[in-house]
Structure formats: C-alpha cells, structure tokens
Design a protein around this ligand. Structure first.
Ligand code: IFM
Length: 749
C-alpha cells in the first residue's frame, strides 16, 4: 500500500508502490542548480540497476545528475543527453550475510518526506529482516544550496537484537553508468565524456559513529567505505557522509582536485554545520521567492511545491547551463532546454531571483554562435536558436524517433519550431525592464535582441500581397506541422523586430560606444535597419480587424471542427486516440497557442478581443501538453473567469501531484513555472513589461490573502493582496512608483 500526501511543507510518500515509484522519485527529488538527485531509496541490495537513457515505465530509476554534463551516447540517432553520475548516496547493508532490502522480510513502515522549506529528504524505514531482527533506518539527504558542489547524507541505524553481524557499505556507486574513467583513487573518481568534452569528478568521505566514537572502516576496494560490527539491541549507529562534485568544460584543469576541495570544505565545516548552512540558504530563497496564499490549501501547497522545484533547479553562478524540460529530476527530454525556460520559468526568476534569470539568459548568449549557424543553414541572418538545446546550443532535437508502432517517425520540431528565437527576445526584454541591469543589456542582452530581430526580418519574406510572411513553421500547437503564418510566431517575431530597433535606439542614446561597437561587430547598416522597420510594420498576423480574432495559422479556420466534449472521458491524448492525420486535419489545438500569445502580449488583444480569442481557442484545446493549462489559467484569471482559471490551476498541479500523474521521467517544471505565473501575472495582475511595475489584482473571493515579494529595478517590495486591498512595503532600495489597478502610488519604507 502506498499513499502520497502533501501537508503544508511536506511532500510524503508512504510505502513503496512499484507502479508509482518512479514518479515519487521525481516529485521528491533534490536539486541545487548544479546537482540533482531523484529520491530513490538509498538502501537497497545493490547494485541498483540504472538503465541508461531509458524512460522508466515501472520500478525505480535512481539518478544523480550534474547540470550541463552532457554526453552523446552511441544511440541512433546520436543525441546529447545528461549523463548520470555516480550514485553517491547508495547504501548496502547485510545482516548475518543476508541483504537488507524490500524484497525479503517484511516492511513494517516506509516513509519518505521532502521538506520543501529546508530542501531535505528524510526517510524512515522499519523492516523485519529474514534473520528475525527489526532494523530501523532514519535517512537524511540534502544537496547543499550554500555550497552547490556538496552533497550530504546521514543515516541513523539500529537493530532490536544483540549479536547480529552487520555489514554496512557506502559506495560511490558506478553500476550501470558507462563512465569513461580517467582517474580512480580510494576516495575519488574522475571521468570524461567522449563528446563534446566535459569532465566530471566526485570525491567522497564517510564516518561511522558508535556512541559518538568514530569506527575504523574495514579494508575496501576504491570508492567504497565498509564497516562491520556486532549489533547491540537498541544502539543507534550513525553514518555521516559527504560528497564533493565537479564539472569542468573544455580544456580546463582536472576536476578531481576541485571535487576534493568541495568535499574538504564541507568536512572541515562538519556535517551538521554544512546542513545548517544549506538550510540558511534555503531560508533566504523562501524569503525572496515564497508566495503565501490563504484560503485554498491545495493551491497553496501546489504553489509551494512549484516554488521549491523552481528554486532548486537554478544556479546564478553557472552561465554555461540552462534548465531542461524535466529540470534535474529525470531523463525526460534528455535534459534538453526548450522555450519552456524563457516563457514559463524566466518570469519567476526575473521577479524573485534576478541573478538566476541573468545566468539563464547568459546561457543563451553563449549559444549565439550555434544560433547564428542554424539561421545561416536555412538561408537567414541573425540567430535562430535550437528548439532543443544542450551544452553548445547546437540543435539537438532528434530528426527521428521510434514511434508507437515501432516504425521510425520524423520529428519536425527541430526544423520548424522557430518561435524559440522570439521567446528568448521576450525574456531578455522582460529581464531588462524588471531589473534595469544595464551591464547585462550592454554585454549580452542587446546583442541577443539585435541578432533575433535580424533573424526575423530575414525570415519574414515580403510577398505579392504587400505583407511579409513566415512560412513553414510549427507554432506552440505541435499538432499542426509545417504551417504558414502561425499567429503566435508572427506576432512574437514582429514584436522582437520592434524590440531590436528599440534597443538600438536606447543604446545610441545612453551608451553610444556600445551601440557603435555592436553595429560594427554585427555589420548593421541603415538599409538593414530600414528593412527591420518594414518587417515590424508588415509581418502578417492573421488577425481579423473586425472581430479581433486571430487565425492560429493560415487555413486553421477551414479545418474540420472537432467536438472535443465527445472525447472528454479519454485517458490518452487526443492525437493518440484519433491519430496524427485526423488531428492535423482538425481544429484541435495541442496547447495554448493564440492563448499563449494573449498571455505574453495582452496589448495585442484590446477590448473584447481577449475574451473572444480565449473562448474560441480554449474550446478547441485538448491540453495535450503539461504546458497548456497554466497559460489558460493566466488568461482566464485576467478575464475574471475565476472558476475556469482555478480549475486550470488545479489541472496544472495534478500533472505532478495528482493521483493519475506521471512524473516518472521527471517533474513538469514548465507547468510549475506556469502555475506561479498564473497566480502572479494572472490573479495578482503583475506586469513587468512596462516602465512602471504594475499590479491589477483580481483574486478569487475565497482567497484570504496573497503575499509575495518582488524584485524591481534594484528594489525588493513586499506585496500583500487581500480582497480589494493591496499593501506594498519597500524592503530594499529607493522609493518607487507602482501602478495598482491603474492608480499610481509611491512605495517607500
Ligand atoms: O516545449 C515543450 C513543448 O511546447 C510541448 N512538448 C514538450 C516540450 C518540452 O516541455
């Protein structure tokens, strides 16, 4: 029997259910932006079977991952994937020579709990072993937020019998990893990826304490710490374990000394002080990023779960990495980075943790050479970013995968889903607006905006009808491939070109030297800029001027209507049920597309157009992606469709916490970012795109209060919304004007 409940700050898994185990591992996963670890049971017979790159359909999938550590295995086609690293927290225990594991004996109690506040995973397991003794294990694990290279584990172990021969082994477990080992010492290992040139290292240390006295380990092979003793009934034996991890890219020095240095720092500090530093770092995160929602416990807990995972996966100190579609909690999408980061996650970081936002955008800046090459490969200029990106920014979307029938099917998103370039411009602009970080704008942001504007101007070709068209794309609605003039793509492209022109004007006005440098480096001419102005004015949008209704792409309205209500009881996605071709020929939308556009650029939907477009497309949406519900929630909240918005919020949470959820390949981090956005940008009416920070609250009547903190242009502002009231307190920085429901007020201490 297994049950999983979340109460307050704890997400629990009671018992072990093979059918749910892989999802539990992801849901309760730990991460610190550098390391990620699924909440696999630490103590097992071992070696734990770790399938390389296999999506788990049942059973467990222990994983330790390092952000940015991509390897390209010899799969067909070869696609870079995050490489699992040694399982530093595995434990093997035998009693009188027989393994302590779930499959034999009797499980008396088994509970894992993720404390969201402290980012600490605890486990409590009582087991009647084959020898008759009852073993009690209390486990604690954390990936330090105070020192991201450090992992911490603690075990308190006791037996209810005297004289049992106990053997405890704590390995840095390599089983099933296929690592190309470069160095191996007694307590450290270094390895290298075959391509494209990363190295990793892990160094361990472990102490066993009986009655507070350290016990000398038995001789053991490299990377293992083993102790043997005779049990004393009721005695608690403690294991303290620390691992240091390093990743180096390219030709930088051997990572083993770096991993050892991380381990040694934590050893010097001591296990408990290291844990305390980690907890203090998380307290600071919650202070800045937390949202308190009174009046709806399930939503409040879902929001906490979301904020935990969002905070866990970012790293302001590493501009070489971004966040994959399943964060650091599983193999899903092989760790690849999609538009999810810019459109679903960045608003959270921009509003709460600007340093993390800046690092994520710096990652895109580092991938500019690959984006330029991709644009050139299709005869365009500027930067076309990879639809799926790994470490270098080269396109990593597989061209083909094995489909449900066993035949190879083409994957067209890498070729056609190009709106990613506009999505990145959007995030850059929002970051610039909200942070006022001119260093970033001058060093990276402006170049990104200019190269993206250049791409779209070259991509949108003038045609005989006097408009510029963007043909052969896939919009967010991936059910319709190779379409022309997808409204989302085109309007976002047009907006991006306008921002390119705007940023150049801004640089010329405020930082002329930077403007000159960039114009020279990029070879921008007045003729090209005139062409951008033309593109900004003439890119087709598919908007009907009379009704304000966008046509999702050219020809969408002519497709066959589909009565989605007739399939309301489906248990599989609509494309699986009806088949690819039928769905492609129908007016059915996979995920928010025009609705996504409304979420991002509400000014494109004046007056009644917002409601008109929302209703039209919400009724045609099959929500075939975990990204979909949150954006519907956001727009519905802005429209005052409170019940509808809340039900989309609940559906978003259910993707990871619902009884039928499948998080086996990792949590749905984009949906979780979308959840935060729906609450803040939807119900609270937060707008960070203007000159002035704005709030326009429309809270559901049963929400008592909504409290959060915002970062805005060097300030920190505490916000408390309740009923129609809005209290704002300046926590840091100079007084600033804020628009509340359209009325300006000055916020001061
Ligand atoms: O980026 C998304 C896409 O929009 C829908 N399919 C899953 C991708 C990764 O989350």
């Amino acid at each position: 029997m297994s049950s999983e409940t979340g109460a307050g700050w704890m997400i629990e898994a009671i018992g072990v259910d093979p059918a749910r185990e892989a999802s539990v591992e992801a849901r309760l996963s730990l991460a610190n932006g550098f390391l990620g670890e699924r909440a696999a049971r630490a103590a097992s017979r071992g070696p734990a079977w770790v399938s390389r790159l296999g999506y788990q359909r049942w059973g467990a999938g222990p994983r330790c991952l390092v952000a940015g550590l991509f390897e390209t295995p010899d799969t067909l086609p070869p696609v870079p994937a995050l490489q699992p690293v040694p399982d530093w927290s595995r434990l093997r225990i035998t009693l009188d020579g027989l393994p302590l594991w779930l499959a034999e004996g009797e499980v008396l109690a088994h509970r894992r709990a993720l404390d969201l506040r402290r980012a600490v995973l605890t486990g409590a397991w009582r087991h009647r072993h084959q020898v008759g003794a009852i073993a009690t294990l209390c486990l604690t694990r954390a990936l330090s937020l105070a020192d991201r290279a450090v992992a911490l584990q603690h075990l308190a172990f006791s037996l209810d019998r005297d004289g049992i021969a106990v053997r405890l082994t704590a390995p840095l477990d390599l089983a099933g990893l296929d690592l190309e080992v470069a160095t191996m010492a007694a307590e450290a290992i270094g390895w290298r990826t075959v391509t494209p040139g990363h190295r990793g290292a892990m160094a361990g240390s472990a102490r066993l304490l009986r009655g507070g006295i350290e016990v000398t380990p038995a001789p053991a092979p490299p990377l293992q710490w083993t102790w043997c003793w005779r049990s004393v009934a009721g005695e608690t034996v403690e294991l303290e374990r620390i691992a240091g991890v390093a990743r180096v890219d390219g030709a930088r020095p051997d990572p083993v000394p770096q991993a050892r240095a991380a381990r040694d720092r934590a050893v010097r500090l001591g296990w408990r002080a290291s844990l305390a530093a980690h907890e203090a770092a998380w307290a600071r995160r919650w202070r800045d990023c937390g949202v308190e929602l009174a009046g709806d416990t399930a939503l409040a807990e879902g929001l906490r779960f979301a904020i935990y995972h969002l905070c866990a996966v970012a790293n302001p100190g590493d501009p070489a990495v971004s966040i994959g579609a399943r964060a650091l909690s599983g193999d899903g999408y092989l760790g690849h980075v999609f538009w999810d980061t810019e459109t679903y996650l960045l608003p959270f970081y921009i509003a709460t943790w600007p340093a993390a936002a800046s690092a994520l955008l710096a990652y895109r800046h580092r991938t500019l050479p690959a984006a330029r090459a991709k644009a050139a490969s299709i005869g365009c200029r500027g930067a076309l970013f990879a639809w799926e990106s790994a470490d270098t920014g080269r396109e990593t979307t597989p061209d083909q995968v094995i489909g449900p029938t066993g035949a190879m099917v083409d994957v067209l998103t890498g070729k056609f889903e190009q709106h990613i370039s506009a999505d990145i411009a959007y995030a850059v602009w929002m970051y610039w607006r909200a942070s006022g970080d001119s260093d970033f704008l001058r060093a990276a942001g402006a170049e990104l905006l200019l190269e993206i504007a250049r791409f779209w101007a070259s991509r949108a070709r003038p045609e005989a009808d006097g408009l510029r068209h963007i043909r052969h794309v896939i919009g967010p609605d991936e059910y319709h491939e190779d379409v022309d003039d997808n409204a989302f793509t085109n309007v976002m492209a047009r907006w991006s070109v306008a921002r390119g022109l705007e940023v150049l004007g801004l640089l010329r006005r405020d930082w002329p030297e930077d403007a000159g440098r960039l114009v020279a480096a990029l070879g921008l001419t007045e003729a090209e800029l005139a062409d951008w102005s033309d593109a900004a004015a003439r890119i087709a949008t598919g908007r009907d001027p009379a009704s304000g209704l966008f046509e999702q792409f050219a020809g969408f309205h002519a497709l066959k209507p589909l009565d989605l209500a007739a399939y309301a009881d489906r248990t599989v996605p609509i494309d699986v049920l009806l088949g690819h071709d039928r769905v492609a020929a129908s007016q059915v939308v996979k995920q928010a597309d025009v609705v996504m556009l409304a979420a991002l650029l509400p000014e494109e939907f004046p007056g009644a157009a917002l409601a008109r477009n929302y209703r039209h497309y919400a009724d045609r949406c099959a929500h075939g992606s975990s990204l979909s519900h949150a954006m519907h929630a956001l727009v519905a909240a802005r429209l005052g469709l409170t019940d509808e918005a809340v039900s989309h919020l609940r559906a978003t949470i259910a993707a990871d916490l619902g009884p039928a959820s499948d998080s086996s390949a990792g949590i749905h981090i984009a949906g979780l970012g979308g959840l935060w956005q729906a609450v803040l940008l939807g119900f609270a009416g937060l707008d960070m795109m203007g000159d002035t920070l704005a709030l326009d609250p429309r809270l559901p009547a049963d929400w008592g209060a909504l409290e959060f903190t915002l970062h805005w242009q060097g300030r920190r502002i505490a916000c408390r919304l309740a009923g129609t009231g809005c209290d704002l307190t300046l926590l840091e920085g100079a007084p600033v004007a804020v628009l509340v429901s359209g009325m300006e007020r000055v916020v001061q201490c």
